[in-house]
Design a binder for this molecule. Structure first.
Ligand code: DQA
Length: 148
């Protein structure tokens, strides 16, 4: 199946951005690892990062056209603000897992609320880049379950 890895604002800075919180790994390294793991599981992964809410919305709108069956999404700061991205996901009805590198529940109160968690298949937080790998594993499992 076709899986989409979607990353929101400032995640292009991974590797140099607050490494104590987000780790030293770059987004390119995460994407390469996930692309490989997806291929090993017989899936195809495409990846998109944007600092623009509008571009992320457009990417979600275009996902059904390219037969995206599942989305792994770190909305970054838009997690806590974006009703528009929530509505885009509801609009296309593509299942997704919400990923956060840091443990948002252990941080500032404004990070405790997510516009995505209640409509996600599941949420993975605080496990760093490994969280993306776990999300891929869960996505592959979800796809076999829903195909059965
Ligand atoms: C983040 C957590 C958000 O609160 C923050 O705005 C980010 C990254 C994470 O992966 O831990 O940009 O989504």
């Amino acid at each position: 199946a076709h899986l989409l890895l979607l990353n929101g604002p400032n995640l292009n800075l991974l590797g140099t951005r607050e490494p104590g919180l987000y780790g030293a790994i770059t987004l390119a390294q995460i994407t390469a690892r996930l692309t490989q793991l997806a291929a090993e599981a017989g899936h195809h992964l495409s990846a998109f990062q944007s600092n623009s809410e509008a571009e992320l919305i457009t990417q979600i709108h275009e996902a059904p056209g390219t037969h995206v069956a599942f989305i792994i999404f770190n909305p970054a700061a838009l997690t806590h603000t974006s009703i528009a991205l929530r509505d885009a996901l509801l609009g296309v009805k593509i299942p997704f897992i919400e990923v956060h590198l840091s443990n948002v529940q252990a941080r500032e109160p404004f990070r405790h609320h997510s516009y995505f968690s209640d409509i996600a298949v599941g949420t993975i937080t605080g496990l760093g880049a490994v969280g993306y790998e776990l999300a891929l594993r869960a996505a592959a499992h979800h796809l076999t379950q829903s195909a059965a």
